[in-house]
Design a binder for this molecule. Structure first.
Ligand code: DC
Length: 223
């Protein structure tokens, strides 16, 4: 049986950096579940599917084939043999991913894809519903959070550094809070702290401190 570390939290809380590092330290594959929602959103927008029409999104999403491959310590995704790269990180995708993520059929499909990844080995899976819906029985579940200001600052820096966008901190914060609102109030698998998950507020912690907190809370025989 493969072991799963589950990490949930709002945008910009640091889930990706923490998950990547924890995975590297333990030899667990890093799984970015948000990227799957982003891929579905990217394909919808590319094919002119209205992301607010849940029936159309659900029909369309059924046809999108995502290939998952373990590669360089993570699960890499390919659509028609091509890696989506930073195309799925654009503000346009940010603006519509939460809508696509409200659609039950999309969530069911992505949940099944994520559960199927255990065949590749031990995993660190990050997202919004990993601790509550995808792997609720994992003994290693974390809820990573940070103040809206800290989260917006990190996201903006990342967008500028990667050349993805050049928005003001205020614009990044507004987009992030809008997504949080949809993610945490949707009907299916909303973002919330799971009972029994360890909450870590990373606002005033360094990345290494958060990673250490996660590592020290793992079951003794996982370290
Ligand atoms: O983590 P992210 O910003 O890449 O996520 C993109 C969108 O997908 C975001 O609106 C939340 C949604 N999401 C989700 O609903 N469930 C997950 N497990 C991961 C992401």
């Amino acid at each position: 049986m493969s072991r799963v570390i589950a990490i949930d939290g709002p945008s910009g809380a640091g889930k990706s950096s923490v998950s990547r590092l924890v995975g590297r330290k333990l030899g667990f594959l890093h799984v970015d579940s948000g990227a799957l929602y982003r891929i579905m959103t990217w394909r919808c927008l590319a094919e002119g599917v209205d992301t607010t029409d849940s029936v159309k999104v659900s029909e369309f999403a059924r046809k999108v084939e995502v290939e998952c491959r373990p590669e360089d310590g993570r699960i890499a995704y390919y659509v028609n043999g091509e890696a989506p790269g930073d195309r799925i990180r654009k503000p346009e995708i940010n603006a519509h991913a939460s809508e696509v993520a409200t659609v039950k059929e999309v969530r069911d499909r992505i949940t099944a894809i994520l559960r199927g990844m255990t065949v590749y080995g031990d995993l660190v899976v990050e997202g919004r519903d990993i601790t509550t819906a995808v792997f609720p029985d994992s003994p290693a579940r974390f809820y990573l959070t940070a103040s809206a200001e800290a989260r917006a600052r990190r996201r903006q820096k990342e967008e500028v550094e990667k050349g993805i966008a050049n928005q003001s901190a205020e614009a990044v914060k507004a987009s992030l809070l809008a997504r949080d609102a949809i993610d945490s109030t949707r009907q299916y698998a909303p973002l919330r702290k799971a009972d029994g998950a360890l909450e870590i507020d990373s606002s005033d912690l360094t990345l290494d401190q958060v990673v250490e907190t996660v590592l020290s809370a793992l079951p003794a025989d996982w370290k």
